[in-house]
Design a protein around this ligand. Structure first.
Ligand code: IPE
Ligand code: IPE
Ligand code: MG
Length: 239
């Protein structure tokens, strides 16, 4: 790949691990819930920014399967904010032509939330400007195991042969089947780990770790990351 090619790195999908809400609040002597509230505002700002920057897919890690282990108070705060988001913030996105998808284990969520999620997916399914994918009660290992079980079931029923199982088939059966792999993965808050996010899908994503806490993350920083991404050389194992 020449330097010129790498400057033209295509950018269609950005995935973000939105971390640091609790520390943002603690630094200000506020309860963790205040950090989550500010974090939810930044979700809306960054979604808008992604649309304006011409990004086609934005996948946001909102709540992991492991986050269910937090205190009942914190889980309840987060679910309350989620309800507000689903009822209020989504409207603006809908008007802007954003398609909204959810990935994760829906059976863990309250039924009113799940109903709202299906409704939003259905109402926005023909929108074409930006696809916002929200990872909610999401765990990547769980997703991979669920996919392995689906494939095993097809095999046992005799619907597929062993030879039919390949990378494409596996990808097409993940929660993310409708979206391409991320070009960029960003994690805020200085932690340099993946925390069970999109393990299969980020095989060749470019990784960015920023010390900025999620509630302080801005469009300007997103633009800086995109600029740096354009200078990276994606080799995919070739020379
Ligand atoms: C990210 O912020 C939001 C969720 C995981 C739901 P945290 O709540 O993890 O904030 P820190 O990492 O404790 O600062
Ligand atoms: C990852 O953040 C999950 C989300 C951002 C939703 P965590 O704060 O839960 O991850 P760990 O515990 O630091 O690995
Ligand atoms: Mg965290």
């Amino acid at each position: 790949m020449t330097a010129e090619d790498s400057i033209q790195n295509k950018l269609s999908h950005i995935a973000i691990i939105m971390d640091g809400n609790g520390r943002w609040a603690k630094k200000r002597g506020l309860p963790r819930s205040a950090g989550h509230k500010k974090g939810a505002e930044v979700v809306q700002e960054i979604t808008r920014a992604a649309g304006e920057l011409g990004v086609k897919y934005l996948t946001l890690y909102a709540f992991s399967t492991e986050n269910w282990q937090r205190s009942p108070e914190e889980v309840s705060t987060l679910m309350g904010l989620l309800r507000e988001y689903l009822h209020n913030d989504i409207k603006e996105l809908q008007e802007k032509g954003v398609r909204i998808l959810f990935i994760g284990e829906r059976q863990m969520l309250d039924s009113d939330i799940v109903e709202q999620m299906y409704k939003i997916e259905d109402e926005t399914k023909d929108n074409a400007n930006l696809t916002l994918c929200i990872a909610l009660s999401y765990g990547s290992r769980q997703e991979i195991v669920a996919t392995a079980k689906k494939i095993a079931t097809l095999f046992r029923r005799g619907d597929i042969e062993l030879e039919d199982i390949d990378i494409k088939m596996f990808s097409d059966m993940l929660y993310t089947k409708d979206i391409p792999d991320p070009d960029i993965l960003i994690r805020t808050s200085g932690e340099c780990r993946i925390s069970n996010y999109l393990l299969w899908q980020i095989a060749y994503s470019e990784l960015f770790f920023t010390p900025t806490l999620w509630p302080d993350f801005t469009k300007a920083e997103l633009v800086k990351i995109i600029e740096e991404y354009k200078t990276r050389e994606r080799r995919y194992g070739k020379v």
